[in-house]
Design a protein around this ligand. Structure first.
Ligand SMILES: O=P(O)(O)OC[C@H]1O[C@H](OP(=O)(O)OP(=O)(O)O)[C@H](O)[C@@H]1O
Length: 225
């Protein structure tokens, strides 16, 4: 799956690096909803691996931010599953160690994708008043692709002058048009392939899939708008 595990670049960890030639696992090896048969090419990152990596990210966050109050700002929609699982694991660590991390959870929605393309039309949907962000903020997002969403998010959040902002991204994609904006905590660095599942969508489909999978060409055609 990956040749080298955690690697440091410019002080930031790249997470589990998945190489360009990673073919994924055959769909036959896993369970997935029948309504998506024919729509997927392979299982790219199985759900269990996502869970194990998230557990480690929770430990890293706890180590860096433990014993301080934090506001978790979940980036919707795709970030909801990662945020929920990350918070769950931080809660478990808080229960089982001498260190603790009191958290409150809030939500923000940013939208830019249509079909498999990131559009220029990036907007924040819903509550924009983040005046409650005075302390330390940890923001879990599902995927950083070009980084435009993360850049916009950081600009918006910084305007409310929080003491510290840390971004956790489950996936970072290797794309040629990257803004260079990288999360502080990264689950996986992946090739430039359009992945769905674990709340990542293609025109709102596939959020109800546990594994992260590569969508097939026929899947793209079927759900195109
Ligand atoms: O790095 P970028 O190129 O900006 O892309 C990453 C963003 O794109 C997706 O959001 P999308 O607009 O599809 O909305 P969603 O989260 O509601 O699915 C994803 O959830 C990230 O937030």
């Amino acid at each position: 799956m990956a040749d080298d595990l955690t690697i440091q670049t410019g002080g930031k960890e790249r997470g589990i690096v998945i190489n360009d030639d990673w073919p994924g696992y055959s769909l036959e090896l896993f369970n997935y909803p029948k309504h998506y048969s024919g729509d997927l090419e392979c299982v790219y990152i199985p759900h269990g691996v996502i869970m194990d990596r998230t557990e480690r990210l929770a430990r890293n966050i706890m180590g860096d931010l433990g014993d301080h109050d934090i506001v978790v700002l979940c980036v919707l929609k795709a970030g909801y599953q990662f945020c929920a699982d990350l918070v769950e694991r931080i809660k478990a660590l808080s229960r089982n160690s001498d260190h603790t991390l009191p958290m409150s959870v809030n939500f923000i929605r940013l939208k830019s994708y249509v079909n498999d393309q990131s559009t220029e039309d990036l907007h924040i949907v819903g509550a924009e008043d983040l005046s409650f962000l005075t302390g330390k903020v940890s923001s879990p997002a599902a995927i950083v692709d070009t980084g435009k969403t993360m850049k916009t998010l950081l600009k918006h959040v910084e305007a409310f002058r929080p003491k510290m902002i840390k971004v956790a991204g489950l996936l970072v994609k290797r794309v040629p048009n990257s803004s260079g904006c990288l999360p502080d905590y990264v689950g996986f660095e992946i090739p430039n392939r359009f992945v769905v599942g674990y709340a990542l969508d293609y025109n709102e489909y596939f959020r109800d899939l546990n594994h992260i999978c590569v969508i097939s060409e026929s899947g793209k055609l079927k759900y195109k708008v």
